[in-house]
Design a protein around this ligand. Structure first.
Ligand code: ADP
Ligand code: MG
Length: 323
């Protein structure tokens, strides 16, 4: 399949929106930002061997390339609108391309995000997605709004994807419901879009957990000029994680593993009841994991109050410190 055949297959599944004046096919797309909204823009790249293992299904790769971007929009409290897809493929056989389009489309249609352009080249497998979303001015969730006295909360459970990666690297078989559950969180993470929207006007600060809870909350602490005190025992874990790993491994995956794509956020304690109601409405588990305090940094405490230190806080490119 040639470049233009590939683009026409992508175009057929691009999705439509009334705010697209001109979509795929010209030198650039023309998009109408609705009155009273700000444009929210982000992009993230996935490279083979860095962000996913060689041999991963094409549909899982494309799903994840979009999911990580939608997760950034969710963390801003933005509603997804449009995406651009820059694709570098070593070959364009039908199976790879169709698998890729299936995964991308499955999530894009759920999120009501239309594909409006991109770029296609031959080369090492690499996918860069740009996601564009909308939020009314002053309503975005930022990293710099945490206040002393806030509760620190996180959605869902932590550590599953890192645990799945650990098992995959060790060659462990995916031969149980628990192993499959972990693997699917690594391969097809679910961005917390509805929660991000619900947290507008509720959370003081928010971030998505992509590099590791401690690393990502460190960004909130720095941007907000506050300290965060977290209780290790309060970090949420799935049953699958607990079934497959001893408690100390679980904690390491939860605290510094990354790839969770949950939302971590702070809010004043008076809003906890409202938050619980929002979580129940959306069917999203919410855990209170700590407090915002005066000072700086993120301190993870054992039940006896001792600080827990893993020697790193999460994933960082170039210095690289996968758990
Ligand atoms: P140009 O050479 O002007 O950059 P291209 O030939 O690369 O244009 O692309 C033609 C059209 O197809 C453009 O509208 C571009 O946005 C779109 N396109 C190319 N690759 C992709 C892709 N991977 N996903 C979505 N749209 C794409
Ligand atoms: Mg051109």
């Amino acid at each position: 399949m040639g470049e233009f055949d590939l683009i026409s297959r992508l175009t057929a599944r691009a999705g439509a929106r009334a705010d697209i004046a001109l979509g795929i096919g010209d030198d650039a797309a023309l998009l109408q930002v609705p009155p009273g909204e700000q444009l929210v823009a982000c992009c993230d790249t996935l490279n083979e061997g860095v962000h996913f293992l060689a041999g991963t299904d094409a549909g899982d790769i494309s799903w994840k390339s979009l999911a990580v971007n939608l997760s950034d929009l969710a963390a801003m409290g933005a509603r997804p609108a449009w995406t651009l897809l820059s694709l570098s493929l070593p070959r364009a056989d039908r199976e790879l391309v169709d698998g890729f389009i299936e995964g991308f489309h499955a999530l894009a249609s759920q999120a009501e995000a239309a594909l409006v352009g991109g770029d296609t080249t031959s080369g090492p497998l690499s996918i860069c997605v740009t996601a564009l979303g909308l939020v009314p001015p002053g309503r975005a969730l930022r990293r710099d709004g945490a206040q002393v006295g806030d509760l620190v909360c996180v959605s869902g459970t932590l550590g599953d994807a890192a645990a799945a990666l650990n098992r995959a690297r060790a060659g462990a078989p995916v031969d149980s419901a628990a192993a499959r559950a972990l693997q699917s969180r690594m391969r097809r993470p679910t961005p917390r879009l509805a929660l991000g929207l619900a947290l507008r006007g509720v959370a003081h600060a928010a971030i998505d957990v992509s590099d590791g809870l401690l690393a990502d909350l460190g960004h909130i602490a720095r941007a907000s000029a506050v300290g965060l005190r977290l209780e290790a025992a309060a970090l949420p874990a799935s049953e699958a994680l607990r079934a497959l790993f001893p408690a100390e491994d679980c904690l390491r995956f939860q605290a510094i593993g990354g790839d969770d794509y949950e939302l971590a956020f702070t809010l004043p304690p008076q809003r906890l009841e409202l938050l619980r109601a929002l979580g129940a409405d959306l069917g999203v588990e919410i855990s209170v994991i700590g407090q915002v305090v005066a000072g700086d940094g993120v301190r993870l405490e054992a039940p006896d109050g001792a600080a827990i230190d893993f020697g790193c806080t999460g994933w960082e490119h170039f210095t690289g410190s996968p758990p």
